[in-house]
Write a protein that binds this ligand. Structure first.
Ligand code: NAD
Ligand code: MG
Length: 401
């Protein structure tokens, strides 16, 4: 078996750690070429000692110096080169010495390295949905131009990918697909009285009923902006119109998403809620390999429930439909506003129930432009962050609708 080289962007996060666990089950298939982390040098050092990558990248030079110090005199000495900064991330993503890139940085910081991996024609495993939301046209064009293989790791999109025929690349209509339905657990506040949402704390918002994830995506799941970002992600990945993508609440997170066909057939992918399943699928595709996850027992689960999405409870989803319909840089503006809002909520500077209205104000304030270049996308991101920053100044909150 040919051993393939794997780069993990965001190795110390929830997806990054799960990816390393899956890869560790199959040492004959994968060797770790490069790992990256933002600030968690301790965890990255442990991962380096266990997986002996050629390269390790952190965001800041002082952290690189600390990491080098920690690896001195260990098995990594002379094996692992430590680099820092955004250019180094693009370097490990596009390196001729790597075959597979797991894009698992959270947020806009993942955009440029993900794009670099796509431009270099890699097998790109996409967890970093924000990159695709921001620059859907650019990323999909880069994939087509380079012949990269873009495989979704987000559980819903991985489920859709598995439920589509192989010929789906020719367009959904041509292979008889009528709709895509993304499932959503509803998050921790599905049944919380709306009047109590003003008081919820970051820890409550991050306590997801079914998944253990990083804090940003956990808050996104609580507001359901996560499903909004996933709607946009689905439109780009599967060349779907927003009208072709439905969302249904499914509190058990067992049915990960569904594809409906014109003849009335519906094909879904099911499994335990464990990210190692889509990670192993995307790593091994088109083969199958063990992921370490438990097998699903429907008898044990008992009942699967589904209910319609309530847009009054989750207005963030309506904002995402608006952004993808508007096109251009509007999804990048939505994403940036959301990133600022989530950070502010986690820092106790914005109330949970005000997040959607906050994002809406940014969408209203920043004009959408064509998103034909990386510069245009980054400039929209910066403009949205600028407006969002101003909205957060003390005294402003009271003026929100
Ligand atoms: P996380 O917060 O646990 O990990 C994020 C990783 O990115 C860490 O390694 C961190 O060091 C790195 N990072 C953070 N900021 C950075 C920056 N400015 N520059 C460079 N690196 C930076 O997040 P996660 O839950 O693993 O999610 C990662 C991505 O995968 C997100 O886009 C998320 O939406 C997506 N995703 C996650 C899950 C999940 O179950 N966790 C499921 C589906 C999709
Ligand atoms: Mg998801």
């Amino acid at each position: 078996m040919v051993q393939r080289a794997l780069t993990i962007l965001g190795a110390t996060g929830s997806i990054g750690c799960n990816t390393l666990e899956v890869a560790a089950l199959h040492p004959q298939r994968y060797r770790i070429h490069a790992l990256s982390a933002h600030r968690n040098v301790e965890k990255l050092a442990q991962q380096c000692l266990r997986f002996l990558p050629r390269l390790a990248v952190v965001s800041h030079a002082e952290d690189a110096a600390r990491l080098s110090g920690m690896l001195k005199g260990t098995e990594c000495a002379g094996v692992t080169e430590v680099l820092s900064g955004p250019k180094a991330l693009c370097q490990i993503a596009a390196s001729a010495d790597t075959d597979i890139v797991m894009a698992a940085i959270v947020g806009a910081a993942g955009l440029e390295p993900t794009l670099a991996a796509a431009q270099a024609g890699k097998r790109v495993l996409l967890a970093n949905k924000e990159a695709l939301v921001m620059s859907g046209a650019l990323l999909m064009d880069a994939v087509r131009a380079s012949g990269a293989l873009l495989l979704p790791v987000d559980s819903e999109h991985n489920a859709v990918f598995q439920s589509l025929p192989r010929s789906a690349g020719q367009g959904l209509g041509a292979c008889g697909v009528s709709r895509i339905t993304l499932t959503a657990s509803g998050g921790p506040f599905l049944n919380r009285p709306l009047s109590e949402l003003a008081e919820v704390t970051p820890d409550e918002a991050c306590r997801h009923p079914n998944w253990i994830m990083g804090r940003k995506i956990s808050v996104d799941s609580a507001t359901m902006m996560n499903k909004g970002l996933e709607l946009i992600e689905a439109c780009w990945l599967f060349d779907a119109q927003p009208e072709q993508v439905d969302i249904v609440i499914h509190p058990e997170s067992i049915v990960h998403s569904l594809v409906s066909y014109v003849d009335g057939s519906v094909i879904a992918q099911l499994g335990c809620p464990d990210m190692r399943v889509p990670i192993a699928h995307a790593l091994a595709y088109p083969e199958r390999m063990a992921s370490g996850a438990s097998q699903l027992s429907l008898a044990q689960v008992g009942a699967l429930r589904f209910q319609a999405l309530d847009l009054e409870r989750f207005p963030a989803v309506a904002l995402a439909y608006r952004a993808i319909r508007a096109g251009g840089t509007c999804p990048a503006i939505l994403n940036a506003a959301n990133e600022v809002a989530v950070e502010a909520f986690l820092g106790a500077r914005l109330r949970f129930d005000r997040i959607p209205a906050f994002i809406e104000q940014v969408l209203n304030a920043v004009p959408s432009q064509p998103a034909a270049t990386l510069a245009a996308v980054l400039s929209a991101d910066a403009a949205a962050r600028d407006v969002a920053g101003k909205l957060l100044r003390p005294g402003y909150e009271g003026k929100l609708p």
